[in-house]
Design a protein around this ligand. Structure first.
Ligand SMILES: *Cc1c(COP(=O)(O)O)cnc(C)c1O
Length: 297
């Protein structure tokens, strides 16, 4: 059985003197609490896809990712809960004969069959001709497709219900990996509030296009109520410079919220940085906590 999601996720205010001094507010949308086995934005993005897979009579789910992919683990857990098979196509043929890291071990424990492909071939396998496998519902790397964007839009819908005067002074911030979550939040916002995506990788010059393409895939149109900031990736995907680590520990200790490092820490870091740069004067800033820390963190 797949446990039920705990929705709407809590919206909590962070009592922070720096925000207060700027006439601003900081709130957290606790999507890390969305689901016990498929947490965070991975649940939001998978939910509509799981419905489609089941409605189409799929016998399994197939997806792609790196050796520590949260999306791969989420697909394995979801398939396991639904009684579906799952296949994970993993970047790195050299990993096939090695002991599994914690992330792949967890996916295997959930019944996922792992297939390892050469790094040089992975990009084409993952994005190219889209593998067709009899009876399998295929999810793209990172899980961002049209249905996923519509699933993430529910986050914005919940905020509109939870924040009675949700309007032009609201800024909703989230991390951006593939852009599906940001695309969904922007699409789900009522007129007034804006969405701000924090790129967690070096995405200058292409991430905006990805978000726009996802809007077309999910809604058949474009949206103008969002933007991306590129200065807070800390050197690239998975990089956590000492300054960011210090910030994450401080936030965790001060506000008692577990801070996942690759995405959530960078988003909070950007929120404070932009506040200090004067960008949020008078704003109500809501950071979406899109996931939980890794077990060894
Ligand atoms: C996967 C992930 C993201 C990235 O979401 P996209 O929709 O790919 O941009 C953000 N935060 C966390 C915690 C994640 O695991």
């Amino acid at each position: 059985m797949l446990p039920a999601a705990a929705l709407p996720t809590p919206l909590t205010r962070v009592d922070d003197p720096e925000f207060a001094a700027a006439g601003a507010e900081l709130w957290l949308k606790r999507d890390d609490l969305a689901h016990p086995t498929v947490p965070g934005n991975k649940w939001r993005k998978l939910a509509p896809n799981l419905e489609l897979a089941l409605a189409g009579g799929a016998r399994g789910l197939l997806t792609y990712g790196g050796a520590y992919s949260t999306h791969v683990r989420a697909v394995a857990a979801a398939a396991h809960g639904l009684g579906l098979a799952s296949v994970g196509v993993i970047r790195g043929a050299e990993l096939a004969g090695r002991p599994r890291n914690w992330s792949l071990a967890r996916a295997e424990r959930d019944g996922m069959v792992l297939e390892f492909v050469e790094r040089s071939a992975y990009r084409e396998v993952a994005t190219g001709g889209r593998e067709r496998r009899e009876g399998y519902y295929v999810l793209p790397e990172g899980g961002s497709n049209g249905p996923a964007v519509r699933g993430a839009a529910v986050i914005a819908g919940e905020l509109a219900d939870q924040q009675p005067d949700f309007g032009p002074r609201d800024v909703v911030c989230c991390a951006v990996g593939t852009g599906g979550t940001l695309a969904g939040i922007a699409a789900g916002l009522p007129p007034g509030p804006r969405a701000l995506g924090v790129a967690v990788l070096r995405g200058e010059g292409y991430l905006e296009g990805e978000v726009t393409a996802l809007h077309r895939a999910g809604y058949g149109r474009e949206f103008t109520n969002w933007r991306l900031v590129h200065g807070w990736h800390g050197g690239g995907y998975g990089k956590v410079p000492p300054e960011l680590e210090r910030f994450a520990r401080w936030f965790q200790a001060t506000h008692g919220v577990p801070v996942e490092r690759r995405y959530v820490a960078k988003t909070l870091w950007a929120a404070y940085g932009l506040l200090r740069a004067g960008e949020f004067a008078g704003c109500r800033v809501t950071v979406v906590v899109t996931g939980v820390p890794d077990p060894q963190q």
